[in-house]
Design a protein around this ligand. Structure first.
Ligand SMILES: NC(=O)C1=CN([C@@H]2O[C@H](COP(=O)(O)OP(=O)(O)OC[C@H]3O[C@@H](n4cnc5c(N)ncnc54)[C@H](OP(=O)(O)O)[C@@H]3O)[C@@H](O)[C@H]2O)C=CC1
Ligand SMILES: CC(=O)N[C@@H](CCC(=O)OP(=O)(O)O)C(=O)O
Length: 347
């Protein structure tokens, strides 16, 4: 891009995904970071809070109030759900495009949101405007969007593990089980009793059983791909690692299958999707750590006559920050991989 760089704001830069956005956007050739915000650390240099940015991004954090005074092309909201919606409402006429990393606009309606999030929604009109920001499925719509609802981390890995089967309407309704595990950064920067070291160290536990809010996000998207409603059984677990999500999805199919055909279906669906890597062995979370990849490994179990599809992502990247940058690239007609070609950080 030979013209002016995109002027961006990162709102909620003191958090985990906000700081990952800063890291990616600092190295993005078409972006200039205009403002980074935090309400708890106004005036503090960003690198005091996140020392990995020392001598690279030392500008002070400002209050989000300052955002509306600036000339911006894109605003990233890295805020908790229930908070983002008020900023989307407040800044709707600013002219900047908004990419919201929270769950506030991912679902189909206010009623569905209020049922699953157990929270009032203050800006329901946003549901009709927001585009679900999963580039592998909605690149064209994202390109025209003004408001993008960046997907949840578990839904990203879960949807990508099963999308090729739903797209061909192969899944036997009611048969899908999604067994998911996440690293601790998925829970945000603030410590709480569940994420306390003594509760997670050498421990491993399920949570959100039979009602986690990501269940409906996954169901709405997979149902949308198939063109009919679907119900899935989704159970998340907290892993004693800092980052990474591993999903194992199980499905019964309506038709006969074998390994060769299954691999072909996935390969065809993801053939021009640069960030989904179809693997020939079970992937681990370290295979994608620090990268924008989602690695997928579909297996046909001849004995049980079921698909077992394993997917892995870095929750802070493909599950949040790099997916947001991918969406920005699409919204501003940049090559989709700009600033995202990282090789995973293994070991
Ligand atoms: N972590 C992950 O793996 C993923 C997270 N997400 C979603 O992305 C969003 C950000 O997540 P994450 O970075 O983990 O969250 P963190 O808890 O790490 O950070 C949240 C940020 O929001 C700011 N904030 C909190 N309350 C307010 C408020 N009332 N007004 C303005 N700012 C506020 C905090 O800043 P301060 O206190 O300094 O003001 C903090 O910087 C969330 O909605 C999360 O659900 C999505 C996918 C994956
Ligand atoms: C490990 C962990 O706690 N993960 C979070 C989900 C991650 C996330 O931030 O998702 P949203 O963007 O939809 O809020 C959870 O289960 O609530």
């Amino acid at each position: 891009m030979s013209h002016q760089k995109l002027k961006v704001a990162i709102v909620g830069a003191s958090g985990f995904t906000g700081s990952e956005l800063a890291r990616l956007l600092l190295n993005h050739p078409d972006v200039s970071i205009s403002i980074i915000t935090s309400e708890s650390h106004v005036g503090k240099p960003f690198s005091d809070l996140h020392p990995q940015f020392f001598n690279r991004l030392d500008i002070p954090l400002e209050s989000a109030d300052q955002v509306s005074k600036m000339d911006l092309d894109v605003i990233f909201l890295a805020l908790p759900h229930g908070v983002s919606m008020d900023f989307v409402a407040k800044w709707k006429d600013l002219g900047a495009k908004i990419i919201d990393l929270s769950g506030d606009f991912r679902l189909s309606s206010k009623d569905v949101y209020e049922e699953w999030y157990q929270k009032k929604h203050s800006y329901p009109i946003g549901f009709s405007e927001a585009v679900y920001g999963l580039p592998e499925l909605f690149a064209k719509k994202i390109a025209d969007a003004r408001l993008v609802a960046n997907p949840g981390c578990y839904p990203t890995a879960s949807i990508l593990s099963l999308a090729p089967l739903y797209a061909k309407q192969l899944v036997e309704e009611g048969s899908v089980i999604i067994d998911a595990k996440s690293g601790l950064t998925g829970a945000g920067v603030k410590a709480n009793p569940t994420t306390h070291f003594s509760n997670v160290n050498e421990n491993f536990k399920a949570y959100g059983i039979a009602g986690h809010r990501h269940t409906i996000e996954i169901e709405e998207q997979l149902g949308g791909i198939a063109g009919s409603n679907t119900t899935v059984q989704f159970t998340p677990h907290l892993l004693p690692v800092d980052r990474g999500i591993l999903v194992t999805s199980y499905a019964k199919l309506k038709t006969e299958m074998n390994q060769e055909k299954l691999t072909e279906i996935y390969a065809e669906y993801y053939q021009d999707k640069p960030f989904v890597r179809l693997r020939n062995q079970a992937p681990g979370i370290k295979d994608v750590r620090g990268s924008h990849f989602c690695d997928v490994f579909p297996t046909w179990d001849e004995r049980t006559q079921k698909v077992i599809s394993i997917s892995v992502i870095d929750n802070l990247l493909k599950g949040a920050a790099s997916q947001a940058v991918h969406n920005m690239n699409l919204m501003f007609d940049l090559p989709e991989a700009t600033g995202l070609n990282h090789i995973p950080l293994k070991p």
